[in-house]
Design a binder for this molecule. Structure first.
Ligand code: KG4
Ligand code: ZN
Length: 342
């Protein structure tokens, strides 16, 4: 079977990949918009949508060129159509539909969150299902019971901010660059994770498959204004204070994330954990989770960093839909908030 062309434009990365049914990656291009959003300290939806529009066709061309293929040599087009930013999703969905019409190709839909978990299937040499799927990204902190690549049940999620969002907001409070996750990770290297004792919401409530990071964010904000001398301006924090705040914040997030996913795997008696999303690239998180899973004899699959942050390769989950005959018509819509039930 000829490969699929996969389009991902749910947030701020315009990504296109060409992947065959045996999961051989013939090309993968990610056109990042980080530089455009950096000065705002977060993704600006209007800017993201316009940037996707500019980058979409060149990124598709580049992916085809790298794969050494023409569109006439592609089996079908897959596109992430949920969840994400409305304007961003629409650009990808419109591009995919146009290619399907022009080249008479079948259209497949990709659920971006399921694709994040599927990155683990692509990484692992064997079947990772059933598993607890854990998505820790800029927009989501979701725990799933994943029976198969097409059967995901949401167990719980954040009641306020997502973990990545908390990283981004706290980084901005500390005057660190966007995206906040990598900046906090770097600053934390020289900090003391025990210097400040920040809240760990729901960690000691194993029956509640929920997360909350807004109280933690507020606690960091209060700590900044309490740092000696009192009411110090953020721009006057010295580098050691920034490092200690970053390390203590990161330790609180990591402890909660690791604690809750282990509670889930125990509660639902599943053999393994699969983790995806940008925050899964965090070194402290990977180390602690790896360590704890070894101790508790739970199998862990985390994709390499390049497959954790947004990319189109993980959209190879579309091959599962292909095999199940789940094709889309040309009135496929974009669902920003709605995780469509399959
Ligand atoms: O999955 P992703 O690329 O996009 C979404 O679908 O949201 O995740 C982006 C998020 C951002 O909030 C970013 O700060 C965070 O992932 N992130 C990290 C790290 N790398 C990216 N958070 C903590 N540590 C990292 N090393
Ligand atoms: Zn994502």
């Amino acid at each position: 079977m000829r490969p699929l062309l996969i389009i991902e434009s749910t947030c701020d990365e315009t990504a296109v990949a060409v992947v065959d049914e045996r999961h051989q990656v013939l090309s993968s291009v990610v056109a990042s918009q980080e530089a455009l959003h950096e000065r705002f300290g977060g993704v600006v939806p209007e800017i993201a949508a316009r940037a996707h529009l500019e980058r979409m066709l060149p990124t598709i061309d580049q992916a085809l060129e790298q794969a050494g293929l023409e569109l006439s040599e592609i089996s079908g087009i897959a596109v992430a159509n949920t969840p994400g930013l409305a304007g961003s999703l629409l650009v990808g969905v419109a591009a995919a539909k146009a290619l399907c019409v022009a080249f008479d190709l079948p259209l497949l839909a990709v659920n971006h969150l399921q694709a994040h978990i599927y990155a683990c299937q692509l990484t692992s040499e064997r079947n990772v299902f059933p598993c607890i799927g854990f998505i820790v990204s800029g927009g989501h902190t979701n725990l799933y019971r994943c029976e198969s690549p097409l059967d995901f049940t949401l167990l719980g999620s954040t009641i306020d901010d997502a973990a990545g969002e908390a990283f981004d907001k706290v980084a901005s409070m500390l005057g660190l660059t966007y995206p906040g996750g990598p900046s906090i990770q770097k600053a934390a290297e020289n900090g003391d994770p025990k210097k400040y004792s920040f809240p760990r919401s729901f960690l000691h409530q194993p029956d509640r498959m929920e997360f909350s990071f807004s109280g933690l964010k507020t606690a960091v904000r209060y700590q900044i204004s309490r740092t000696e001398p009192p009411h110090i301006a953020i721009q006057n924090l010295n580098s050691q204070e920034i490092a200690d705040l970053a390390a203590s914040f990161q330790a609180a997030v990591v402890e909660v994330l690791v604690g809750k996913v282990l509670q889930a795997v125990e509660k639902y008696q599943l053999p393994r954990i699969c983790v995806g999303g940008g925050v899964a690239a965090n070194r402290a998180f990977r180390e602690r989770l790896t360590n704890q899973c070894q101790k508790k004899n739970v199998e862990l699959v985390i994709a390499p960093n390049s497959l954790c942050t947004d990319n189109a390769v993980m959209g190879a989950i579309a091959w599962e839909r292909w095999r199940a005959g789940l094709f889309e018509s040309l009135d496929l819509d974009a669902y920003p908030g709605l995780v469509r039930q399959d």
